[in-house]
Design a binder for this molecule. Structure first.
Ligand SMILES: [Zn+2]
Length: 311
C-alpha cells in the first residue's frame, strides 16, 4: 500500500499525492508535455515503482526528464527507475547528492538499540526499504532560474535556495497555474530544514506567493492553493521572531519552543520540528553561515524532547 493518489491539476500537470503522513512520505508531479517531465522521485524503489505505474496510465512512454527539487533522498532516490531520463537539478543539489548514503539510513533503520538521538529517525524509517537503491545523480546542472520549453508548454525552474537546502528548485507552469515546490513547502505538517537559511526560505515563499498559482504541490502533505504557501511563510516568520527574542534573552531552545503560539498551526503533524527550526534561527543569530557544520545530535535530542512534551 503505497498511499499514492494521482490528481489531475491542469491540462498537462498531475500530482502524485502521498496520503500517508510522516517523514519521507513525499509527493511528486508529472508534466505530460515534451516527452514527459517528472518532478521528484520517491524515497525507495517500491514507492517509486508505484509512482511510475500511476504515471504510465496517463503517459505511457517513459518520461524524458526528471527535475529533482533538492538532494534529500525522499525526492530523488527513485531516479534509477526512469532509465535514460535527463536528470535536471541545481548545482547545490548535485554537489550534495551523495551526502547521505542509502546504506547509512538503512543501517539506522535496522538498529536494534539506537542511541537516544536516533530513536525517532529509526522509527520514522521503518516503512521504507532501501534495498537496491543506487544513486542516479543529476545529468544536467543549472545555476539559477532556467526556462524549459516542453513542446510549447513553458516550465520555469526557479532557484530558491539556500532555503530548505542549498539546491532548492521550484517548478512553475505559469500558463496552467501550477507550482511544484518540493520541500520549500510542507502542507499540514511542520516544515523542517537542516541547512539553508530562514530568511531566504521566507523570501522564496514570498516570491512563489507573488506568482499566485492556483494549484501548489508541496513536498509533503496535500495539494493546496497559494494560501498554503502564505501560512507556512507566516509560520517561519513567527518562529524567526520568537527565536530571535528568546536568543537575545539567553533562553534555551526548548524554553523558546514552549512559548511558540501554536494557534494557527495546532493541527499540523510533527509540530515538534519547531525545535530544529528554532535551533537554526539561534545559529543565524550567532552569525553562523547557512552551511556551517553544527551539532545535529543536539538538535535531534531537543526535537525528541519537544515531541515528548507535546505528545
Ligand atoms: Zn522531503
Amino acid at each position: 500500500m503505497s498511499g499514492l493518489v494521482r490528481r489531475r491539476l491542469s491540462a498537462h500537470v498531475y500530482a502524485a499525492e502521498q496520503t500517508r503522513p510522516g517523514m519521507g512520505m513525499s509527493n511528486s508531479g508529472l508534466i505530460t508535455a515534451g516527452g514527459g517531465l517528472v518532478v521528484d522521485t520517491l524515497f525507495d524503489l517500491a514507492l517509486t515503482r508505484d509512482l511510475a505505474k500511476l504515471y504510465a496510465d496517463v503517459h505511457p512512454a517513459s518520461p524524458r526528464r526528471i527535475v529533482n527539487t533538492h538532494h534529500n533522498g525522499d525526492h530523488c532516490w527513485g531516479n534509477q527507475l526512469f532509465p535514460g531520463a535527463e536528470i535536471i537539478a541545481h548545482r547545490g543539489c548535485a554537489d550534495r547528492f551523495s551526502a547521505t548514503a542509502p546504506a547509512h539510513l538503512d543501517a539506522i533503520r535496522r538498529m536494534t538499540d539506537p542511541p537516544e538521538h536516533l530513536r525517532d529517525l529509526h522509527e520514522e524509517l521503518a516503512p521504507f526499504d532501501f534495498t537496491g537503491v543506487e544513486l542516479a545523480p543529476p545529468t544536467t546542472v543549472v545555476d539559477g532560474d532556467t526556462v524549459l520549453d516542453l513542446d510549447g508548454i513553458r516550465v520555469d525552474l526557479i532557484y530558491a535556495g539556500p532555503a530548505h537546502t542549498e539546491g532548492d528548485l521550484a517548478v512553475h507552469v505559469p500558463d496552467e497555474g501550477v507550482a511544484l515546490l518540493g520541500d520549500l513547502l510542507f502542507h499540514g505538517c511542520a516544515p523542517v530544514g537542516w541547512e539553508g537559511s530562514t530568511a531566504q526560505w521566507i523570501a522564496a515563499l514570498r516570491r512563489i506567493e507573488a506568482l499566485e498559482p492556483e494549484h501548489v504541490v508541496p513536498g509533503h502533505g496535500p495539494v493546496c492553493g497559494v494560501e498554503g504557501v502564505r501560512v507556512q511563510r507566516e509560520y517561519l516568520e513567527d518562529v524567526q521572531a520568537l527565536a530571535r527574542e528568546a536568543w537575545a534573552a539567553g533562553k534555551p531552545v526548548l524554553d523558546c519552543c514552549r512559548g511558540l503560539e501554536r494557534g494557527p498551526y495546532a493541527a499540523w503533524d510533527e509540530p515538534w520540528r519547531a525545535a530544529a527550526n528554532v535551533h537554526r534561527v539561534y545559529r543565524e543569530c550567532e552569525g553562523a553561515a547557512w552551511d556551517a557544520p553544527y551539532d545535529t545530535a543536539a538538535v535531534l535530542r531537543d526535537t525528541r524532547a519537544l515531541r515528548a512534551l507535546w505528545s
